[in-house]
Write a protein that binds this ligand. Structure first.
Ligand code: ZN
Ligand code: ZN
Ligand code: ZN
Length: 372
């Protein structure tokens, strides 16, 4: 929830949404469950069959159409939107349709329930209204994090860093426990450090680490293994995501050498995240170092993903994405080297692009820390 955010922030976001609607020729923006709703209003709707929808006409006032029983949960933002509670016997789609005179172009949220769109088509037939995805309006806004969002990402990143520090300090027991037990421990620590929700806690030891999204399971962690931990959650509406590896005992030279390459590649990827550079330059910078060291075939995924209210969102740091990095873009830089059947490693930070250069949200030790 983002209820601690001042009303002025929502007024600003709505003003930018309207500017984006004007630029893209959208007459009405309809936002139901999903991240766009709390982004614009501070209210996070439960994914219910009862309709909750923010209706934003390009030139008129915004209205939050909401089941009357949910209305008490809304923190009103004076000037941003008015509430239009509906009763159990009302037709909420008709209420929505009445708020905007048959728009020529309506933008609907990606995660709006199909039933609402189908019912809306009864009021606004596709012969007179063209429906487009709300990403055409919202994506540019959502990608460029404002000051309140960067502060939230920073707080979430700092909380994840504290758990990483506990891992590095040997406070999270590893040897003799299953990956699943360590995963649960990391999750509990994310909550203890202030997260509201744990989104994932990947723990992969030994050859399991060669599978990037390995599901923490019954494998009992042993001395001599490299353990990859990739974890994150949501705190005040914004996500954290960090990966660190530890070596149980001194790593073999091959692993230590590969890690040195990984570390250099990750730092190069972060450094490439400058305003104006194409997103894929972040991927290229990291990949070049790994490839030049002879590990190119073992780096089997893109270098990063955007992050914000969602753990994965635009922009993606992947070959072919020529979108220029803009101030406020928040993304992961997470190269990895995975040798199937043997070992795997990844190093990940969240970074926000600023006019002064890339600003890391994670500063936990980047070294391959040796434990035991
Ligand atoms: Zn991650
Ligand atoms: Zn990630
Ligand atoms: Zn480093």
């Amino acid at each position: 929830m983002t209820t601690t955010v001042p009303t002025a922030v929502f007024l600003d976001r709505l003003a930018r949404a309207r500017a984006s609607m004007r630029a893209s020729g959208v007459d009405a923006l309809l936002v139901s469950v999903g991240s766009d709703l709390p982004y614009l209003t501070g209210y996070e709707a439960m994914p219910l069959e009862r309709l909750t929808m923010l209706v934003v006409p390009r030139d008129g006032d915004a209205t939050l159409v909401i089941p009357r029983l949910e209305a008490p949960r809304v923190v009103e933002q004076p000037g941003a939107f008015t509430m239009r509670p509906w009763d159990e016997t009302d037709d909420p789609v008709a209420i929505v349709a009445d708020l905007v005179a048959r728009p020529a172009v309506a933008a609907v949220g990606d995660t709006m329930w199909a039933r609402f769109l189908v019912d809306l088509l009864g009021h606004w037939p596709s012969s007179s209204t063209r429906f487009v995805r709300s990403t055409t309006v919202m994506n540019a806004l959502r990608m460029c994090k404002d000051a309140a969002e960067i502060a939230a990402l920073q707080a979430a990143g700092a909380a994840a860093d504290r758990v990483a520090a506990q891992l590095h300090a040997g406070e999270i027991a590893l040897v003799g426990r299953t990956e699943a037990e360590v995963s649960a421990d990391i999750g509990a620590r994310l909550i203890a450090e202030g997260h509201d929700v744990v989104n994932f806690a990947i723990v992969a030891a030994g050859e399991n680490a060669a599978s990037p999204h390995h599901h923490a399971g019954g494998h009992v962690i042993r001395d001599g293994e490299l353990v990859l931990c990739d974890f994150g959650g949501t705190m005040d509406g914004y996500c954290s995501d960090i990966t660190r590896c530890v070596s149980l005992g001194a790593p073999p030279a091959e692993v230590a050498d590969a890690y040195a390459v990984l570390h250099e590649a990750q730092a190069a990827g972060v450094a490439a995240g400058v305003v104006g550079a194409a997103c894929h330059e972040v991927d290229r910078a990291a990949r070049r170092i790994i490839t030049d060291a002879g590990f190119g075939q073992y780096f089997i995924h893109r270098t990063g993903h955007g992050i914000g209210m969602e753990a994965h969102e635009d922009p993606y740091m992947v070959e072919g994405n020529t979108l220029p990095i803009a101030p406020g873009h928040a993304f992961s830089v997470e190269p990895g080297i995975y040798v199937a059947g043997r070992w795997g490693m990844r190093l990940e930070d969240i970074v926000v692009a600023t006019v002064d250069g890339p600003l890391p949200m994670n500063v936990a030790d980047h070294a391959l820390v040796t434990l035991g």
